[in-house]
Design a protein around this ligand. Structure first.
Ligand code: SF4
Ligand code: SF4
Length: 379
């Protein structure tokens, strides 16, 4: 039996296995794709922390793939998109089918279990651009061939496919929205692997059970951001707790980016799981591709991002990304773009940090008189 639940990302009710039950607060991330350099430091930070054991070799809870040709596991998204059928949006309302509505006869969820070898090439397509530069073309700005880096973790979905698919009820969602697999209850049927549209629930041969990203809950319980956020070289990530879509708090950094500004968007909202990793879409990518990945709000988000430097609150908050290991529960901006600061606060309203909206530029003397040498880099 299925239940009608509201999915704000689709702007309509949809079918789900269980009744609607939203946590009071929801773990959530914002990733700015425009700043990711695919250094894979996040990938390694996660691996070292959680999946360095035997038979976890292929298990990358965090991966960064180059779109449009990168996939981990192979073809994870395009294979499901084909199974979903036409994905029509009418304005901001989704009129196609979700994975729960497009299930085959006798099934609850549309999905598939990737073959073992599909997990064997995590960097397939890395740094490959969309197409070759055509004969007679020359390199110009913007480049015709394009690509961008898509960092991916479990989305700790509001309507998790993994949870809906598990016949043992081994998958559960905590009060803070973290989705976990109870290793005692799991019997390794791989129904969560089949049902997760993002293929972020993974089977471990050694234990015969499935495992997935745990949102670094030992850290978040101590008000610290997750490993992938703390170690991100590009400072593209922000972790926090999101309020419900109908009660956004403009002082909450995640709410502000997702619900107030609508600059950070879910990945493949049409899957229907209401994922909670939100992406600032890449500005160098064709509109149609961005819309397929991030939904109908993608073009508006790109425009906002391009003009972010004129908006002191938005650009101030973007400067906060990667600036502290602590969870920022609220923020404020003081002053103007030239001289102002963005300030982050903890859960008690105490100031954690302040960052300048505009980073100071220091130009050093070309000649270092103390050491009597010329400097090559002066800025
Ligand atoms: S991304 Fe996949 S594994 Fe994570 S909560 Fe959603 S359905 Fe489950
Ligand atoms: S550490 Fe940050 S910049 Fe590097 S690949 Fe991961 S998300 Fe991208």
């Amino acid at each position: 039996m299925s239940h009608k639940v509201y999915n704000w990302q689709l702007n309509r009710k949809m079918d789900f296995i269980y009744p609607e039950s939203r946590p009071d607060k929801q773990v959530a991330w914002v990733f700015d794709t425009n700043k990711c350099i695919a250094c894979q430091t996040c990938t390694m930070a996660c691996k070292n922390a959680w999946t360095s054991g035997k038979s976890q070799e292929y298990m990358w809870w965090n991966n960064v793939e180059t779109k449009p040709w990168g996939f981990y596991p192979l073809g994870w998204d395009v294979r499901l998109l084909e199974k979903l059928g036409p994905q029509k949006w009418n304005g901001d309302k989704y009129e196609g089918k979700t994975i729960f509505e497009a299930a085959d006869y006798g099934e609850k969820i549309q999905g598939f279990v990737p073959a073992e070898e599909d997990f064997g090439h995590p960097n397939l397509g890395e740094d490959e651009v969309s197409e070759l530069v055509k004969q007679g073309q020359y390199i110009k700005i913007p480049h015709q061939p394009w690509m961008f880096y898509l960092p991916r973790i479990c989305n700790h979905c509001t309507y998790p496919g993994c949870l809906g698919g598990c016949p043992r009820k081994a998958v559960y969602k905590r009060k803070d929205g973290t989705v976990l697999i109870d290793q005692e209850r799991c019997r390794g049927y791989r129904e969560c692997v089949r049902a997760c549209p993002y293929k972020k629930s993974m089977f471990r041969n050694l234990t015969g059970k499935s495992e997935k990203c745990i949102a670094c809950y030992p850290a978040t319980e101590k008000d610290e951001q997750t490993q992938c956020v703390q170690n991100c070289i590009g400072k593209i990530r922000l972790f926090g707790f999101k309020n419900n879509w109908d009660k956004p708090d403009p002082k909450n950094p995640i709410d502000y980016l997702v619900h107030i500004k609508k600059i950070a968007l879910p990945l493949y909202p049409q899957f229907g799981t209401e994922p909670n990793v939100y992406y600032i879409p890449p500005i160098n990518v064709p509109e149609s591709f961005n819309k397929q990945l991030f939904g109908p709000g993608a073009s508006q988000a790109v425009e906002l991002y391009k003009n972010a430097a004129k908006d002191s609150t938005l650009v101030g908050l973007l400067m906060l990304f990667g600036s502290t290991g602590k969870i920022v529960h609220s923020f404020s901006v003081e002053g103007d773009i030239e001289t102002g600061h963005c300030i982050g606060y903890d859960s008690k309203g105490q100031e954690i940090l302040r960052v300048p909206i505009k980073e100071p530029i220091i130009i050093r003397e070309k000649h270092d008189t103390k050491r009597d040498v010329n400097r090559i880099s002066v800025t």
